[in-house]
Design a protein around this ligand. Structure first.
Ligand SMILES: Nc1nc2c([nH]c(=O)n2[C@@H]2O[C@H](COP(=O)(O)OP(=O)(O)OP(=O)(O)O)[C@@H](O)[C@H]2O)c(=O)[nH]1
Length: 145
């Protein structure tokens, strides 16, 4: 069974995150995913995601946090996704491979036809956001008491 390690970016802007639609000519045509791609031999995952987002979206990003890797078994392929929560550090997106992109709330993302491997990633992003919210609430409590 073929196994690949793939980085993907959950890019945040205000309360929305970006998903991209695979083109008709890519594998898993027209599925929506977090943009990214295969990690090259010897490449750190954090370098891979910055390179992939530059290549696919012509966008510069800064990594905010890694999320836990998640392995999914497709019928003929095993994919381990290495997700990173990121913020854009440049303004415009130019798609070089994908058919479309959307900035959406997490609830809206769930209504799109996502690649199966991305569902647990979205779940761990929800957990991450809850933890971040908790941290802010604790800080606010400390500063107001
Ligand atoms: N980039 C990305 N790939 C994902 C996600 N979820 C998921 O199952 N994949 C799968 O992981 C693989 C990533 O490879 P890739 O993006 O380099 O795309 P590809 O296979 O078309 O590459 P290729 O051009 O070398 O053939 C694809 O099979 C893709 O369908 C995701 O959220 N982001």
């Amino acid at each position: 069974m073929k196994h690949i390690d793939v980085t993907c970016a959950i890019i945040e802007k205000d309360t929305h995150i970006l998903i991209a639609q695979r083109s008709e000519s890519m594998s898993m045509p027209l599925k929506w995913e977090f943009p990214g791609g295969k990690i090259q031999a010897g490449e750190p995952a954090s370098d891979s995601i910055i390179r992939e987002i530059r290549e696919e979206l012509c966008l510069d990003i800064r990594i905010l946090a890694p999320l836990p890797p998640s392995t999914h078994q497709y019928p003929n392929l095993q994919v381990t996704l290495h997700p990173f929560v990121c913020t854009p550090t440049s303004n415009t997106i130019t798609l070089t491979e994908h058919a479309d992109h959307q900035w959406l709330s997490v609830d809206e993302v769930l209504t799109y036809d996502l690649a199966e491997a991305d569902i647990p990633v979205l779940q761990s992003y929800r957990v991450y956001k809850q933890q971040e919210k908790g941290k802010h609430q604790i800080k606010a409590l400390i500063y107001t008491t």
